[in-house]
Design a protein around this ligand. Sequence first.
Ligand SMILES: [Zn+2]
Length: 309
Amino acid sequence: MENPRAKNSTETNTDYVAQGTAANGQIRALAVVNTGIVEEVRRRHQMLPWASAALGRTMAATAMLGAMLKDKDRVTVQIVGDGPLGQIVADGDAHGNLRGYVSNPHAQVPNNSQGKLNIREAVGEGHLWVIRDLGLGEPYSGSVPLVSGEIAEDFASYFARSEQTPSVVALGVLVDRDYSIRAAGGLILQLLPGASEGIAIILEHMLKDLPPISGIIDGGGTPEDIIQEAIGDLEPKFLHRLPLRFACTCSRKRGEATLIALGPKELEELILEQGMAELTCHFCQEQYVYTKEDLESLIDQIAVEKATD
Ligand SMILES: [Zn+2]
């Protein structure tokens, strides 16, 4: 069967989530490399390093949240801050499909006192939302106020406060001089129910000397290598690999539905004023052009649907 999403879907073979356990099942470990996908999104949105870092980190966490889902479940992460980046949105699913965008991909802020990209400043103050659509009608959503704006700590705060799961989260993106993405990925370690006090203390201490994620990936490291470097002493067991791909759910047909929803009057006006309609997908920047004839046939379609109501 022809892939209906071929135009806005890209598979890489280095981007995937590795999932496992450690310390005899007391810790859940997930790690991800998403360098190829972040580069794809950077190219599509012409993102500057601030957007690439913030969105790349958010997408790494979203990919790992997706890997924890089942079947047709989807997860959307929204970081709504008052900084120059505006909204950061990423969504993913249990099959490794991942997409995302930032409202202002060209936002810039001065470097922080350590001479690094100041993501905290670029994101600002606000909230992190996690919306899980488990196919049961109303999606489940939880939010926490941003505690740092650097994103990894914000996800750790979300897991602790909204899901009562003590977690260590590390996320990293390395942007090259030409703004291309050299490395992107992340790590989540979570205490599973029944974990001993001792393991909880070890995990807490781990926060201080986590390996630099983007450095491991830049050196050719895989998600398994990230877990090994972080908790090799706790005998990690690797259970699953979830390959990731950049994929958007937009299509010409979905664009038609958007136009139909405008109603016949608006469509007539579009024909008169522009002679056509052009829709651009927020997520993947794919453009869909509808000619005068296309719009006229949509108006006919609305009339037929009305008549058969
Ligand atoms: Zn799209």
